[in-house]
Design a protein around this ligand. Structure first.
Ligand SMILES: *Cc1c(COP(=O)(O)O)cnc(C)c1O
Length: 394
């Protein structure tokens, strides 16, 4: 028998420990025991992709022209649909030829962007708690991650003035994300304006990750980064059809904004992937052209769930704010109980899966995240179980 010793690359060894591994194990155990799990752990919409999108895909998939390699930048018709959507939704004018780039989901863009911009040792700023891929993408490019904390007292917005001047000057890019995962916070105009100013002053490229702009409550649309003057000059925005149109499995997203940044990202991508299946891009066009009333139906469902879960948790004594956007509840753990302890306790005593806040970075310690991606009856059942188990927020 032959044998080789497989040594993983250092970049893999340097990845932070997978904090959800322990939870995963407990979850598998609970499933084996036949427990009725309520999964409030994953941020993946449970509702199906709207029918007109599926119908469009069915037709497109039969067209042999779509069976060949797609263009690297994305079909021009898809990029035009993106530009039209940005104009309609954010009043932002984009050149579909140079200021829009298709992505195989926004995660792909987050992961590859540092390879396009970062040299070994370069500093990358990122808000924390945050989407873990900001850190791993930076690590793969040999960059140095510097986290900027999101604190409750600041409305989970970063305090840009608190970033030391030498750190700001050394930074090459900054990952920011509103509406925010996991805190569910939204940005305001003043913040985005100060972010543009910060970028310009310190020569830092902004990467605004905007997966949740269309999941909002009480009819209040959150402001988009591209609505602010100068945004398109100082950075890019990554967007995705995943959360808005219940299309997480389809893998389609896009980046818009600064041409030179998009050109650099496109160079990395053209050497690694060959674009998005054109039939999926056709479906993406159908999605972006959908009437907003269809999204209202989806938003109303999330709102009903939010209004079931969050006040219910508050009644049980938990410190949690009503989210204004995204489909997450960011809940403080009771005093003296860590994020992992709380997640473990809920799983053991109530068979409810949640995500420990420290899985999104150290700053998330003291919180757990629950998602609104199960029906209201299940959320009521979850509240019932928590109450019956005698678990309360204090
Ligand atoms: C879900 C999510 C993404 C990734 O979305 P895809 O487009 O499906 O890759 C990116 N950023 C944040 C903050 C997310 O929550």
């Amino acid at each position: 028998m032959k044998n080789i010793v497989v040594q993983q690359a250092d970049r893999i060894k340097k990845l932070p420990p997978y904090l959800f591994a322990a939870i995963d194990k407990m979850k598998q155990e609970a499933i084996r025991e036949g427990k009725d799990i309520i999964n409030l752990g994953v941020g993946d919409p449970d509702m199906p992709t709207p029918a007109p999108i599926i119908e469009c895909m069915k037709k497109a998939v039969e067209d042999p022209r779509h069976h060949q390699y797609p263009s690297y930048d994305g079909m021009l018709s898809f990029r035009q649909a993106v530009a039209a959507w940005y104009q309609r939704r954010f009043g932002a004018t984009l050149d579909p030829e140079t200021e829009v780039l298709s992505l195989i989901g926004s995660k792909e863009g987050v992961g590859h962007l540092p390879l396009a911009l970062i040299n070994p040792g370069d500093t990358v700023l990122m808000t924390s708690p945050g989407y873990p891929v900001y850190q791993s993408g930076t690590l793969f490019a040999g960059g140095k991650s510097v986290t900027v904390p999101l604190k409750k007292e600041n409305g989970f917005l970063p305090d840009l003035d608190a970033i030391p001047v030498d750190v700001a000057k050394a930074a090459k890019m900054f990952f920011v994300n509103y509406p925010n995962n996991p805190t569910a916070a939204t940005a305001n105009t003043e913040f985005f304006e100060s972010l543009v100013d910060f970028a310009d002053r310190n020569q830092v490229i902004i990467c605004h990750d905007a997966a949740y702009t269309e999941i909002y409550y009480d009819g209040k649309r959150p402001i988009g980064f591209m609505e602010v003057d100068g945004a398109k000059e100082v950075g890019i925005e990554l967007h995705s059809l995943s959360k808005t149109y219940n299309m997480t499995g389809w893998r389609i997203g896009f980046a818009v904004g600064n041409k030179e940044v998009l050109t650099a990202l496109g160079k990395i991508k053209s050497n690694l992937d060959s674009g998005i299946f054109q039939a999926v891009q056709e479906a993406g066009i159908a999605a972006l052209d959908l009437d907003d009333s269809l999204l209202d139906v989806i938003r109303n469902i999330y709102q009903e769930r939010r209004d079931t879960l969050v006040p219910g948790l508050q009644k049980l004594g938990f410190q949690v704010d009503l989210p204004a956007a995204a489909f997450y509840a960011w809940i403080q753990t009771p005093k003296g109980i860590s994020s992992s302890e709380m997640t473990a306790k809920l799983l053991k005593k109530t068979a409810i899966v949640t995500t420990p806040g420290n899985g999104f970075g150290d700053v998330g310690e003291g919180y757990i995240r629950m998602t609104l991606t199960v029906g209201s009856e299940r959320l009521e059942e979850a509240l019932d179980r928590i109450e019956r188990a005698g678990i309360c927020g204090e």
